[in-house]
Write a protein of this length. Sequence first.
Length: 294
Amino acid sequence: MSEALIQAVASGILIGAVYALISAGLSLIFGLMEIVNFAHGEFLMLAMFSSFWMWELWQMDPLASLPITALLLFGVGVLTNRLLIARILHAPMLAQIFATFGLGLFLRAGAQYIWSPDFRSVNEPFLSRVGGGRIELVQGVFIGVPQLVAAVLAGIAFTLLALLIKRTRVGLALQAVAEDRDTAALMGVRSARMYDLGWGLGAACVGVAGAVLANFYYVYPDVGAVFALLAYIIVALGGFGSTNGALVAGLLIGLVEIASPIVLGIPSAYKYALVFALYLVVVMVRPQGLFGKF
């Protein structure tokens, strides 16, 4: 295996882990309420701006501000559910789509008005100074320390989310509401609280992702658009409502995006075309996604 290919595979896995975490939050919300959050990318943008401004105003490194950013986004998720989603939960699907899509436009336009469309970045965060900002995997193959730590933290957050859902009473309650909210209510599970928790956790996932991305990615009002588009593809590819599917599909998309130009010898400008082609092939063969159920 050539050095370039090893480099691409390593980079693809690292960014794929972050994609998986972003998509897990989206998948959790859909699995719980069958609502697609079209403002998910704007939640990521808010998380990145939160990390940036804590660094800009108080010199707080994104790694240190990560818990605060996650908590802030948890609050954004809960408020979104209470102020918007609860009012349109039983509305026609088209109204639900317009509600979250409109929220996304509002947040993006508000960010452009308040902070301008300019690109910003965290100047020399702590992780960029560790070991010169990169480590050598094998001779001639390097990976960035911020990217590596981002993948590790994304993996930890994803694992904690999976354990919460599958191994705790709260997680069982979330699953019960997702399966049958009326029966869950008869068993004493308050659906409204579970919806708050689901939206909070889903937004907190992008809070963690935004904080780690702020270490090495530009921050601007439209930053969430590309990540959100990939998240929708990953959720559909892995199976709506499946967090395991989000993990596998996220890693797969990361590998295809980064490694395919080297493997196939095509310009990197076409990498997203290959991602979309992979998605189309999978959904034609298995419309419910890799881990989804009819």
